[in-house]
Ligand binder design. Sequence first.
Ligand code: PGA
Length: 255
Amino acid sequence: MNKAKRRTVIAGNWKMNKTPSETTALINEMKPLVKDADCDVLLCVPFVDIAAATKAAEGSNIKIGAENVHFKESGAYTGEVSANMLKECNVEYVVIGHSERRQYFGETDQTVNLRTLAALNGGLKAIVCVGETLEQRELGYTETLLKYQTKMALTNVTAEQLKNVIVAYEPVWAIGTGVTATAEQADEGNGFVRAAIAEVYGKDVAETVTVQYGGSMNAKNADELLSKVNVDGGLIGGASLKAEDFSIIVKAASK
Ligand code: PGA
């Protein structure tokens, strides 16, 4: 973390978990545990949980995000949700390009870029995910890939709009596997992302962008990961479904 230069953000990514009533219960449990956070606290939840989440989080320091957004404003796109719909539901952030969407739902660097632009143009903040597979890492392509994915995702995003972008470095091999990147690997990956941003927007701008690490971050390893200068927070899957564990990560980010 480097709190003097950029915001630290701890974001839960609930994926396809929790019903609306379970959402209310979990957020009510979390609220007192994270209320003294010295970092931004965010929960990205399934579309159907957004109403319950915003209601439960009202008046607290917990912000609510969505897990995807379509790139058009409206139209014949069955099953999709647009930025203005999310905005009207008091959603502040949206996760874009998560590796599960890339793997299972045909998301490409181009659609990630289109969704990012739609989110920003629609007044939402974007958490854009990038990350290499184990095979790509073993072939030595991590830096090339992270820089490519970052630049592709940010194509046509202005420096002004970049203020509303968080990039999350999530090595695919570390997501939901219990295998966490070492703090050094996380710092290095986040550094590649920041370097890519610097190549496009300049070093000074890149220094202000929040770059999260995600992939099996938990109550035990958060302290060490967040001690690295390039790790400005976390995108947390499994551990964000447990109030106690999530709050321990928030506390680690509040130091
Ligand atoms: P995980 O998920 O913490 O369960 O590994 C992280 C993510 O997919 O964002």
